[in-house]
Design a protein around this ligand. Sequence first.
Ligand SMILES: Cc1cc2nc3c(=O)[nH]c(=O)nc-3n(C[C@H](O)[C@H](O)[C@H](O)COP(=O)(O)O)c2cc1C
Length: 154
Amino acid sequence: MKAVVLYFSHGGNTRAAARRIADIVGARQFEAVPAQAYPADYKQLVARVLAQVKAGEHPPLIQMPDLADCDVLFAGSPNWCGAIAPPLATALSGADLSGKTVAPFFTHGGGGTGNMLQSLQAVCPGARILPALSLKGSGTDGEVTAWLQELGLQ
Ligand SMILES: Cc1cc2nc3c(=O)[nH]c(=O)nc-3n(C[C@H](O)[C@H](O)[C@H](O)COP(=O)(O)O)c2cc1C
């Protein structure tokens, strides 16, 4: 299988999970980096994210991923106000994912995954979406391995 691990991470948890997945399945990684950095101040960050999520905004990235030759796309995001992070939505919505398989992995701060799956589905029309991995913080090797085995991807 040709796999790519595409993710957004602000604090490092989702990046750590992405690295675990990429190491195990032998996939290349692509980090979605927004062209405009998010505010360092937490209150301002939450306000910006909430506004983007409510507006369904897809902020520009410094580079878009090339997903043309991949058949399995691991797509990772932190839970940002109940949705996938807007930069991941930008990366996914800019690609034609019809006929591809998307394996979502989500990290959260204790609140679970909220509406993350719905917000991911909305930007992956035509893709086959596998059951998502939900990790508190960066999760553990065991959680990642068990999920990959369950999906038959390891
Ligand atoms: C702007 C913002 C909004 C968040 N919203 C939620 C939330 O609604 N529910 C939740 O459980 N965690 C929430 N979190 C916590 C993150 O989902 C969690 O810390 C995640 O693992 C961070 O991933 P990262 O280190 O890859 O950025 C939020 C964090 C931030 C910065």
